[in-house]
Design a protein around this ligand. Structure first.
Ligand SMILES: Cc1cc2nc3c(=O)[nH]c(=O)nc-3n(C[C@H](O)[C@H](O)[C@H](O)COP(=O)(O)OP(=O)(O)OC[C@H]3O[C@@H](n4cnc5c(N)ncnc54)[C@H](O)[C@@H]3O)c2cc1C
Length: 380
């Protein structure tokens, strides 16, 4: 259970209390099983939709409010209970953002009702030979009359095991382009690859998908042919803010778990929490999480205000993912042997936090983005 005195909501208190209640009843009880058994939380996603929380993700042209501060709160609270569920929502959010920013009116009106009902969607950029660098791809799309024909293979697809709809990046004659792909068309085959099961953010293996002469209508090209990398990076600039919010949730959960343990466990006739060395751990953790949390909400405000989102989202994810890993590591230390048990959640926090220093844009790539912002403003 979240410590409400320490983690006061930073936005609309009623909304945050509502999501906290939902998360503690509907998600938290399943978090360890999702991680251990590596399954996709389909029922939890549909439950979030039924309770009206997927609405929060919907941009204005999908009939939503498009308030990114509330989106940040949703991801923070879901991440607190289950980062794996949070990352499932991230892929849904990414696909929505790609459609909302660049999709045609026909695609938007086709998918608008489906998202509201909890459509499970993926955002597939990565391939065996292209991760951080997606400027060229081995997946190809060629035009054939009134269709696009796609061939290739994608890997590490979050939500892929249950995806009903995917955004796919593929290279055409004039460059990388984005496509909308309803799953189930002839020629699509997903499978668990050698590297699909990850140490953290385990929400059903991050499957591979083979595309073998998959035929798409022409209007399933999203945005401008050849501009797919720019579009994909813009979407990542949006979603990195919420990846950071999930990391804050992981950090808070590790902090709360360690605090409960430290106040209950005794050594040398005192509680662990009465040792100054341990109190300093908590002081550092609290200061770091507070700082990361403020960066997340500043990034969300930048999205709401249409400010320089690449800088703010990259800063937030860089710091929040690092803080989450450090806090999870300290929480294990405070827990002693108990903290290392597979029957406590600290290993999950640590693995999830570390994995999020890579997924959705590694820390090195985020630093490149921040440096690019800076260099553009340096005096010549
Ligand atoms: C849990 C998880 C879920 C994922 N889900 C998805 C998904 O849904 N869709 C999807 O498309 N992808 C997904 N990915 C893939 C993810 O986006 C990539 O892992 C990420 O972009 C990094 O690519 P890479 O792993 O190929 O590393 P590489 O690109 O091979 O990089 C290896 C190392 O080199 C560093 N590096 C690379 N380029 C530079 C540079 N220019 N400067 C400095 N350092 C550099 C990297 O930071 C990293 O440390 C997921 C990954 C994980 C772990």
């Amino acid at each position: 259970m979240s410590s409400p005195d320490i983690w006061r909501p930073l936005v609309d208190e009623d909304f945050v209390n509502r999501i906290r209640h939902h998360v503690s009843c509907e998600i938290l009880p399943h978090a360890d099983a999702i991680d251990k058994d590596d399954f996709y939380p389909v029922d939890i996603i549909r439950g979030l939709a039924k309770a009206g929380f997927i609405e929060i993700l919907l941009p204005k042209n999908f009939g939503g409010e498009g308030r990114f501060e509330l989106v940040a709160a949703l991801f923070e609270e879901v991440g607190y209970a289950s980062a794996a569920t949070g990352v499932s929502l991230i892929s849904i959010f990414q696909s929505l953002t790609m459609l909302s920013l660049f999709g045609s009116d026909s695609l938007i009106s086709e998918y608008r009702p489906k998202y509201r009902e909890g459509l499970i969607a993926s955002y597939a950029l990565t391939e065996a030979n292209h991760g951080s660098d997606i400027r060229s791809l081995d997946t190809k799309a060629v035009r054939d009359g009134q269709s696009w024909i796609l061939n290739g293979e994608k890997s590490f697809i979050t939500s892929g095991s249950a995806a009903e709809f995917l955004i796919i990046l593929a290279e055409t004659d004039i460059g990388v382009s984005a496509f909308a792909l309803p799953y189930g068309l002839p020629g699509c085959e997903k499978y668990v690859g050698e590297f699909s099961a990850t140490i953290g953010l385990r929400n059903g293996p991050h499957v591979n998908m083979r595309l073998n002469d998959v035929r798409l209508p022409l209007d399933h090209l999203i945005g401008t042919e050849g501009k797919g990398v720019r579009q994909a990076v813009t979407v990542l600039d949006y979603s990195r803010t919420f990846a950071a919010a999930i990391s804050v949730g992981i950090g808070r959960a590790a902090f709360d778990g360690a605090l409960a343990r430290a106040t209950g466990r005794t050594a040398f006739d005192q509680t662990i929490s009465s040792f100054q060395g341990i109190q300093w751990y908590f002081a550092e953790m609290l200061a770091d999480i507070d700082a990361a949390r403020l960066l997340v909400y500043r990034a969300a405000r930048a999205l709401d205000d249409h400010e320089d989102i690449a800088r703010h989202s990259s800063t937030a994810k860089l710091i929040a993912s690092r803080v989450a890993t450090e806090v999870a590591s300290k929480a294990i230390q405070i827990g002693g042997a108990w903290g290392t048990s597979v029957n406590t959640p600290f290993g999950r926090y640590f693995r999830d936090a570390k994995t999020y220093e890579i997924g959705g844009g590694s820390s090195e790539i985020l630093k490149n983005t921040i440096a690019k912002f800076l260099i553009g403003r340096m005096p010549k």
